[in-house]
Design a protein around this ligand. Structure first.
Ligand code: NDP
Length: 476
């Protein structure tokens, strides 16, 4: 009997995904470049379901039902291309190749077009949830043809996380749509983590709370609007004590944040699309800054902070302010991320259902959170919502938070504690709602030095002022 689906690439993600498939009753073919991993998987977990181990890619392909469905879970980039090149020689028209790695969506578009020429379906699929999600139910974001989803959908939905009985998997859109949405998911994750880190820093340095106390604060926050996986595990990490030193774990970890690149991609694409994802950008830059240890060491020697730091009069009130600032800033980061998805959907003609994206992020993935339900409601009410911030629920939330949000940004600045996420989110809020922006002055300057022209508020057309010759205004 042939296998329903196959997985090639059996490192941590691939083997867990294969086990998840097997545990759901799918006969699953498994293959890895080096056969040792395949053997280990079947030896250790063969009893969990119906595995068909293959040593060669040809045997692997042979063991599959037609149309064949192959999930590739190898290192993104060159290795994925290498596997695809080998696979296409073995597949037949109508077969489906799912790339579950963290591919750049532009690579996915290129691969999809190339495989389409050969009559194959290429299904770039974002998978979030890390190794634990891959095993027990990730959030799955498949792109590709609607036809391929008819075959793959039932399998992917079965192994995905479920929230209120609904699968955290839906067909996102054609070609690169799935990987694009996964990329933005990761970008939002960067912003979310940066905001959480700033909240911790402020509670520690401004309110003087210890890591254990802050762990309790986060535990409390996890039962309100902020309820989410990241807030939950923040309490775990902050509450953890290093065995060797007896100090809070967070105090013995080197303070240089690393990154694999999906946050950077999100910002790069946002720059191309012209979408201001300031929260995600600040998060990526904050990680980068943390790694500049030489500059930091040099600056620490010469650049002092404020001469006196105002004391927090009411700690509980400050904690509540930080909670509200965190929530409001988080709403901004999500609003920006959804703007980026919408812009890409318009550019590439993807027709993405934004509400459905919020739905499939409710479970399985790293940014899973209670408030994603509200995002879905917002887009259900108005799928053309200009910004999440103007939806009545979210507008109300940020309006209620704004005084606290401002106090926190002021307190951070006064204390000399960096809070780029909180302050840029607040600036974004203020910029969006401003009736006039100083962009008018920028237009004037551009026209002055480069004759770049400007539009006027009072009449149609394009104008240029002859700055050096009597300052007459002419039609441009
Ligand atoms: P890795 O990214 O560490 O990749 C290791 C796997 O790639 C091994 O199976 C390896 O085979 C295979 N491989 C590498 N080069 C080649 C090649 N040239 N030809 C064939 N196979 C090759 O594995 P992960 O499980 O961590 O991740 C798999 C994919 O899932 C990646 O794209 C990753 O970005 C993505 N992902 C990872 C998440 C995570 O939390 N780790 C979360 C979501 C997505 P061999 O054993 O022979 O070396």
């Amino acid at each position: 009997q042939k296998a329903r689906i196959g997985v090639t690439g059996l490192a941590v993600m691939g083997s867990n995904l294969a086990r998840n498939l097997a545990r759901h009753g799918f006969r699953v073919a498994v293959h890895n470049r080096s056969a040792a991993k395949t053997k280990t998987l079947v030896e250790q977990h063969g009893h969990e379901g119906d595995f068909v181990a293959a040593e060669s890619l040809a045997d692997f392909v042979d063991s599959l039902q037609t149309p064949r469905q192959v999930i590739i879970m190898v290192k993104a980039g060159g290795p994925t291309d290498a596997v695809i090149d080998e696979l296409v020689e073995l597949l037949e028209p109508g077969d489906m190749v799912v790339d579950g790695g963290n591919a750049h969506y532009a690579d996915t578009r290129r691969r999809e077009a190339a495989l389409r020429e050969r009559g194959l379906h290429f299904v770039g699929t974002g998978i979030s949830g890390g190794e634990e999600g891959a095993l027990n139910g990730p959030s799955i974001m498949p792109g590709g043809s609607p036809e391929s989803y008819q075959h793959l959908g039932p399998v992917l939905e079965a192994i995905s996380a479920k929230v209120d009985g609904q699968p955290c998997c839906t067909h996102v859109g054609p070609d690169g749509a799935g990987h694009f949405v996964k990329m933005v998911h990761n970008g939002i994750e960067y912003a979310d983590m940066q905001l959480i880190a700033e909240a911790f820093d402020l509670l520690h340095k401004v309110a003087g709370l210890g890591a254990g106390e802050i762990a309790e604060v986060f535990r409390g926050w996890n039962s309100g609007d902020l309820e989410s996986y990241l807030v939950e595990i923040t309490a775990e990490v902050l509450g953890h004590v290093d065995e060797a030193t007896g100090k809070p774990f967070v105090e013995v970890v080197a303070d240089q944040a690393e990154q694999k690149g999906t946050g950077r991609w999100t910002v790069q694409e946002a720059l191309e699309l012209g979408v201001p994802v300031t929260g995600i950008a600040e998060a990526v830059f904050a990680r980068s800054l943390s790694g500049h240890t030489e500059q930091r060491a040099a600056a620490q020697k010469v650049l002092p902070g404020p001469s006196s730091v105002p004391q927090v009069a009411d700690r509980d009130a400050f904690v509540e302010d930080v909670r509200q600032a965190l929530y409001a800033s988080k709403v901004v980061a999500y609003a920006q991320g959804f703007d980026e998805i919408r812009a890409a959907a318009d550019t590439y003609d993807w027709d993405i259902d934004l509400g459905a994206m919020a739905t499939i992020w409710r479970g399985g993935c790293i940014i899973r959170a209670r408030f994603l339900e509200r995002i879905k409601d917002a887009y259900d009410t108005n799928k053309d919502l200009p910004s999440l911030l103007v939806d009545s629920y979210f507008a109300d939330a940020v309006i209620k938070a704004q005084e606290a949000w401002r106090r926190v940004v002021v307190a951070a600045a006064a204390a000399g504690v960096p809070a780029p996420g909180f302050s840029s989110a607040l600036s974004y809020y203020d910029a969006l709602r401003s009736e006039r922006l100083p962009a008018a002055l920028i237009q004037g300057l551009r026209d002055f030095f480069g004759a770049h022209t400007y539009r006027r508020v009072d009449r149609e057309g394009s104008f240029h002022t002859l700055w050096g010759e009597g300052r007459n205004e002419i039609d441009a």
